[in-house]
Design a protein around this ligand. Structure first.
Ligand code: C2E
Ligand code: CA
Ligand code: CA
Length: 645
């Protein structure tokens, strides 16, 4: 028997790998693609190796030209397989395609090597049951092939920090096995173990890095969220165009719930049945279908048609006849953003923002633009906090009873680096979404306390300042102790503080909110209910929450003057609130006539542009020093009447 046993073992290894891999759908990630190509090239190489040995064995009946051609073909395939080993390694850190000159340089090297092999002679020996080739062509292979193998090895050192340890180790073991096998074969030419060494190397790579299972979600069987990120990274990296359907299920997936699993598996199988789309499972409950590969317009048409089919199916039951509420995000063109992180942000931000009856939201350039602005604003807020660019403006609040400005609301602004003001409408929602609102709230509170103390506001007729509390702050069990600390540090009496809460604080953690409120009230702080008239069950809330003041929202106040029914409702509401012993502030009063109307209603305080917009600290101090001392000079007829009466 001729010496092909080792190669046959290698071939069996390669065929087993091909069998396992061909059972799985390809994700289309570069490293996976090149690994598959490696496998094909390596297998071809080992087949050519065996063929060349057999050809040598039958040299008596085969033409010499043919034998040397087969031997050379084998040597070329060896060179090509070494190139693929390098391409695989290099692509795991940076894409060859992105570096065109380097890519062509490497390919030229392969071509030059192959031409030299084909042009130089190769000799072969048949010595009993041992056959092998040697001569100049073999030597050339031994010069060119190591260039690729050693470059691959060096890549794992040069770019080591960009590869995870796992990947680094696996690739290094692969290359070292190739080198050891080549050195042995070089020293003992009749021991033909290069092909076998490569197969072992590939096997290591397969089991450590390229097992298709690593791309899959264990429960659903489709691709996982990690793969989704890799895949999109590649789509954006190569500027490919794609469209996407994201299926957002209102399902509280729990790993040990059998029914949950059944539903996920069933949905996954259904969604996986669409050709041209790849299916990924996101965040336990959701799925994403990505359409690419063919013409961009075709993607859109295909996905739009599928979307209808999917929406229809999701109206029916899953698992043991469970109805699952599902909403859809549709992205006709992935180009709305430029990176996978942005895409995932777009998904996560929109996923929880469906309106009540909305079940399909199409995301377009506006969404992409919004995410860019959102990111910029997050940076702006962080920087403003760090470089102390959060400013507090104060909007005076007028007391109808005393005819003076007895309080003010503290309102946050960011002083842009260009000196211009950024209004809360722009940054508060961003801060709320990212949790930065807690830091802003604290900063505003602390600055307000400083202002109360520094300018002795009490002496200027300001009894208290209203400071807004965000939902996140209310739900933080540390709030009361933190604010206590700040008030002590700034030596401010808690009686000079009114904290504004909104009704949305009821949603979660009402117990924490109440605990915070009780603690702060025991210190002497009081509370106002902000934005009254914008929610639904407002009156219940007033009855249950220990607030002293109710602030009527601007829209409600404006409605009072324009809508006769609203007028009736507001009158009754004022009566009820007064009966509960609470005070009322009307916000957003803009004209003298409105001031009149508000007074007739029996409301206690007015806050609005009619008196003043929110003012910088300096302007606010000037304002109250002037107005509170010479209040009769305010040119509002009503106030003069008030003073006169
Ligand atoms: P808000 O708490 O309801 O504050 C009242 C808003 O109404 C202020 O807007 C004020 O300038 C505006 N306003 C007052 N009178 C009138 C009027 O006559 N006409 C009109 N058109 N508007 C009037 P601003 O300062 O832009 O603040 C907007 C919102 O941002 C605030 O609404 C509040 O929800 C939030 N905000 C501001 N500062 C803070 C803060 O420090 N913490 C938290 N959590 N939220 C804040
Ligand atoms: Ca407020
Ligand atoms: Ca308000």
């Amino acid at each position: 028997m001729i010496n092909i046993q080792i190669q046959l073992c290698g071939l069996v290894f390669d065929l087993i790998l091909i069998f396992f891999i061909s059972r799985h759908e390809s994700v289309g990630i570069t490293s996976e693609k090149i690994f598959r190509q490696c496998l094909v090239v390596y297998t071809a190489c080992i087949i050519l190796d065996i063929t060349s040995i057999l050809a040598i064995e039958y040299k008596s009946i085969l033409p010499a030209m043919l034998i040397s051609f087969i031997c050379k073909l084998y040597l070329v395939s060896l060179l090509v397989s070494c190139y693929f080993a390098f391409a695989y390694t290099y692509n795991t850190v940076t894409h060859l395609r992105k570096n065109e000159r380097f890519k062509w340089g490497v390919l030229v090297l392969v071509v030059v090597g192959a031409i030299l092999i084909m042009l130089t002679p190769v000799y072969y020996i048949l010595d009993g049951s041992v056959a092998y080739s040697f001569g100049p062509a073999v030597k050339i292979t031994y010069v060119f092939a190591p260039i690729f193998i050693l470059s691959a090895l060096f890549t794992t050192f040069i770019y080591g920090s960009q590869m995870n340890m796992h990947r680094r180790k696996a690739i290094r073991s692969w290359m070292i096995i190739e080198i050891v096998a080549a050195v042995i074969q070089f020293l003992v030419p009749q021991l033909l173990i290069v092909g076998f060494g490569s197969s072992i190397g590939l096997f290591i790579l397969y089991s450590e890095l390229e097992n298709p299972e690593v791309y899959l979600d264990r429960v659903a069987g489709c691709f996982s969220k990690d793969t989704f990120k890799l895949y999109l990274g590649q789509e954006y990296g190569y500027r490919k165009r794609f469209s996407a359907i994201i299926v957002c299920n209102e399902l509280d997936f729990k790993k040990d719930d059998e029914e949950n699993k059944r539903i996920i598996v069933e949905m996954s199988e259904f969604l996986n049945s669409f050709s041209y789309a790849k299916l990924f499972r996101l965040n336990d409950n959701d799925f994403a279908l990505i359409y690419d590969k063919h013409l961009h317009e075709m993607n859109e048409i295909e996905s739009a048609v599928n979307l209808d089919v999917i929406r229809t199916r999701f109206k029916k039951t899953w698992g043991n006849s469970s109805y699952i509420k599902t909403k859809f995000l549709y992205v006709p063109d992935g180009d709305i953003v430029t990176s996978e992180d942005d895409f995932i942000d777009v998904y996560e931000r929109n996923r929880f923002k469906f309106d009540k009856d909305e079940d399909l939201r199409t995301l377009d350039e506006t969404t992409g633009q919004a995410i860019k602005e959102f990111r910029q604003m997050v940076l702006e807020v962080k920087d403003a906090l760090e470089t102390d660019r959060i400013e507090v403006f104060y909007q005076p609040i007028y007391s109808i009873e005393t005819g003076k400005f007895v309080s003010a609301e503290a309102l946050a602004r960011i002083r842009g680096t260009d000196g211009k003001l950024i209004m809360p409408g722009k940054f508060i929602p961003v801060a709320e979404e990212t949790g930065l609102i807690e830091a802003i709230g604290e900063r505003v509170f602390s600055k307000t306390c400083k202002c109360i103390k520094e300018h002795d506001l009490k002496m200027k007729g300001i009894d208290y300042i209203e400071v807004n509390l965000s939902v996140a702050q209310c739900e933080n069990p540390m709030l009361s102790s933190k604010y206590d600390e700040i008030m002590k540090l700034e030596e401010v009496h808690p009686g000079t503080i009114n904290l504004e809460i909104t009704e949305s604080s009821t949603v979660n953690q009402k117990t924490v909110l109440l605990e915070n409120m009780n603690n702060l009230m025991n210190m002497g702080c009081r509370f106002s209910l902000d934005d009254f008239g914008t929610g639904e069950s407002n009156l219940d809330y007033i009855v249950n929450m220990p607030v002293n003041i109710v602030k009527f929202d601007r829209t409600m106040v404006q409605d009072y003057f324009t809508n006769s029914k609203a007028k009736v409702v507001m009158k009754a509401t004022v009566g009820m609130i007064k009966d509960l012993g609470l005070k009322i502030v009307a916000e957003g009063v803009e004209t003298q006539e409105q001031v009149e109307g508000i007074k007739d209603l029996g409301i206690d305080y007015i806050q609005g542009y009619v008196f003043s917009k929110p003012l910088s600290k300096h302007d606010f101090i000037n304002f109250i020093e002037t107005k509170n001392n010479v209040i009769s000079s305010i040119d509002t007829p009503n106030m003069n009447i008030q003073n006169a009466s």
